[in-house]
Design a protein around this ligand. Structure first.
Ligand code: C2E
Ligand code: MG
Ligand code: MG
Length: 690
């Protein structure tokens, strides 16, 4: 059955068309000569008939012998058997007797009539007449010529050709249909299946073998289908293998740390949960130690990232060796290693285990010819294997790590429940702080006035903006608590920006309402100081508020500035270029490097309150204060002493050339309105007598 598919198949039509054309050509090649043969046979029969008739008439005459007049004998033949004219010819070609229509070829053809069977000599143009001749020595005639009516031969020939052509058409039809059918069954169907299989396999190569084509054929097409099916299987196989390799790679990458080659945090957690092959939940206790390389950041900054990376790798090796067989060691990132140790003994000596790690892995490392000291701390948590929650164990060890740095801890600390409570408290406070940053009613600035000591008394000379947070339930939260929290959580950046904007807006407001404003100092945390957008932010806020840059002072703590002295120097320089004043806060508590002080673009040094506190109590503190004041004078820097509470402190500072003081003795931090009333509304208030 020729389906629509076959009729729509271009390939089938091409092949069938070619077959059709070929049959047509062959048939026409056969038809032309056979038509000719048909015609000449018909003419020959005509001639033979005429000859037979002449012979029949002559036969009785031959019995009579002699040379009779043939005319009367031949006459009756004219008009019969398609004979239209007859001539008896002599050997020299002359006509012995002629009847009926005149022959045109008689004399010419006589000589050629050597054959007793009739030969066609002439055919009229329209084919209605033929002239034939034959030899016949009887009765003195050398031969006979006859003019015959052949008009019926053309019709018979046409009918013959039509019959043959009809037959050919029928054959062509049958052959074409048959070819279509055969092509459809033998070629098109398998080809279409192949095409469909390829299309589906291209859409879902991972399932390609499902689309293989069934075939039992042994011809070329069958071979092609077999090759196609095997190609599909190979595609599936190759995709499967590629995927396995990729999965294995991803598994390794996702479970290992690229830096140390050790398992990573995820792998560690899987190990703790006993999910990894062969680990089963064993009885006993599991101890988790987090080992932290304390000064990694400093090593990176001072000796380069490569040295830091190498140090980590080496520490990983030593920690693994110290932990020994049966321990699982991972690198959690950022210089933190985690060690898990299962023990069947509930009284497993975790402290001894941590001490061993510290003893073997802390200390000197030789890296690229340099000696690098690795200071390690260990936080420890442990729990019964059966009740172990991997995340919790790890978190507890992290919390314990924070205590491990405390003095007399020996470099390690165990987790205690109070730590979790403190962490919980920190988390909830951090959420509250984040919310407060998004609001306008909880955070506000207090201003603490500073006094100049240039004359006899104290003259109001500026202010420091100090952030305050009034928690809706807890009331005022201490700045050192929430500032440290903001630093630890990264909230310090939006918080610091808010403070900067508020302080500058306040200066703008005072300028507009009083025509003057004190210089206001804003504290920058270490994170803010190194943040990439700081200079742009300060410039932007100055532009937006339009205040003179000299009315803004930025305080950077000494520890923040010293973390990366090179970067700090260029950052301070950039800020200085904006025209703002720069102060170093809490001076004396960190490195207190004279060299850096000289290089930094600083206007003011603020002596830390802890030294001021001890004036009159501790000669060393007094010596430090005096030294800082002398040094600052030598370097041409302005000095502010913080936390001045007593007259005695004031007298000491004044006598050693301190420029300014800040402390409860002069003023406490006050809300903006109060500060404004005391220091800005009355000119007289600017000077406060001793
Ligand atoms: P700081 O910048 O050294 O600020 C001086 C601190 O000493 C203030 O504490 C101030 O109230 C206090 N103080 C000043 N004079 C006296 C005194 O005579 N006696 C006593 N006992 N204390 C005095 P506060 O406001 O608690 O701030 C503590 C620290 O919090 C600040 O130290 C500063 O490091 C940080 N801080 C405060 N506000 C901000 C801020 O807006 N941004 C940043 N990044 N840090 C801030
Ligand atoms: Mg300050
Ligand atoms: Mg300070």
């Amino acid at each position: 059955m020729i389906t629509r598919a076959a009729l729509g198949c271009r390939l089938c039509w091409t092949i069938t068309g070619a077959v059709f054309a070929m049959i047509l050509i062959i048939e026409s090649l056969i038809l032309v000569p056979s038509a000719r043969r048909f015609e000449s046979e018909a003419l020959r029969l005509l001639a033979v008939e005429a000859q037979g008739a002449v012979d029949a008439v002559l036969a009785p005459l031959a019995v009579a012998r002699g040379a009779p007049d043939l005319r009367p004998a031949l006459e009756p033949l004219v008009g019969r058997l398609h004979i239209r004219g007859l001539a008896a010819l002599r050997a020299d070609g002359s006509v012995a007797a002629a009847v009926g229509e005149l022959l045109q070829t008689a004399a010419r053809s006589l000589g050629g009539a050597v054959d007793p069977s009739p030969a066609i000599l002439l055919r009229s143009e329209d084919g209605s007449r033929v002239e034939v001749s034959w030899r016949n020595d009887a009765l003195g005639a050398a031969g006979f010529a006859a003019r015959l009516d052949a008009s019926h031969v053309r019709g018979a020939l046409r009918a013959y050709v039509l019959r043959i052509a009809g037959l050919v058409a029928l054959i062509v039809l049958v052959v074409t249909a048959g070819t279509m059918l055969v092509l459809h069954v033998l070629l098109l169907k398998p080809l279409m299946r192949l095409r469909e299989s390829m299309r589906l396999a291209a859409q879902a190569p991972e399932r390609a073998s499902e689309y293989s084509v069934p075939s039992r054929r042994s011809d070329e097409l069958g071979e092609m289908i077999v090759a196609h099916n095997s190609m599909l299987s190979r595609i599936v196989e190759s995709i499967r293998r590629d995927r396995e390799v990729a999965e294995a790679r991803a598994r390794i990458l996702s479970h290992h740390d690229g830096l140390t080659g050790l398992p990573n945090r995820r792998s560690f957690l899987e190990h703790l949960s006993g999910r990894r092959a062969g680990d089963g939940a064993a009885p006993g206790v599991i101890t988790v130690c987090i080992v932290n390389v304390v000064q990694l950041r400093r090593v990176n900054a001072a000796m380069g990232q490569q040295t830091g990376d190498r140090l980590l790798w080496e520490v990983g090796v030593r920690v693994s060796q110290a932990a020994g067989a049966g321990s699982f060691v991972a690198h959690l990132g950022a210089g933190r290693f985690a060690v898990a140790r299962r023990s069947g003994d509930p009284a497993f000596d975790a402290a001894g285990f941590a001490e061993r790690i510290l003893r073997d892995a802390a200390g000197e490392y030789s890296i690229g010819g340099d000696s690098v000291a690795a200071d390690l701390r260990v936080g420890i948590s442990h729990a019964p294997c059966a009740a172990c929650s991997p995340e919790e164990l790890l978190n507890q060890a992290e919390l314990a790590l924070e205590r491990a740095g405390a003095e007399d801890s020996g470099g390690y600390a165990f987790f205690e429940n109070a730590m979790a409570e403190a962490a919980h408290e920190r988390r909830s406070l951090s959420r509250a702080l984040e919310r407060a940053i998004g609001r306008d009613d909880e955070l506000f600035l207090a201003y603490q006035a500073k006094a100049s000591l240039s004359g006899d008394g104290m003259a109001f000379s500026g202010a420091e903006a100090l952030l305050r947070w009034r928690h809706p339930e807890r009331g005022l939260v201490r700045p050192d608590v929430f500032i440290a929290l903001a630093e630890a959580t990264g909230l310090i950046l939006p918080l610091g920006e808010k403070v900067l904007r508020r302080a500058c807006a306040q200066v703008r407001d005072w300028l507009e309402r009083h025509g003057r404003s004190p210089r206001v100092a804003v504290n920058l945390s270490a994170h803010q100081f190194v943040a990439p957008g700081l200079v742009g932010l300060v410039a932007g806020v100055l532009r937006e508020t339009g205040i003179p840059p000299a009315l803004l002072e930025l305080e950077v703590t000494e520890s923040a500035a010293m973390r990366d002295a090179e970067r700090a120097a260029s950052r301070l320089h950039e800020l200085h270029e904006l025209g703002v004043c720069l102060a170093i806060d809490d001076f004396g508590t960190g490195y207190s490097s004279l060299n850096y002080l000289r290089r930094f673009a600083l206007d003011t040094i603020k002596i830390d309150k802890s030294f001021v506190d001890d004036i009159g109590k501790d000669p060393n503190a007094e010596a430090i204060c005096a030294a800082i004041l002398g040094m600052a004078r030598a370097l041409g820097r302005h000095v502010v002493a913080e936390g001045v509470e007593t007259e005695m402190q004031l007298a000491f500072l004044r006598s050693h050339g301190c420029d300014e003081i800040q402390g409860y003795l002069y003023a406490r931090p006050e809300p903006a309105a109060e500060f404004e009333r005391r220091f800005l509304q009355t000119h007289a208030a600017l000077r406060v007598a001793r």
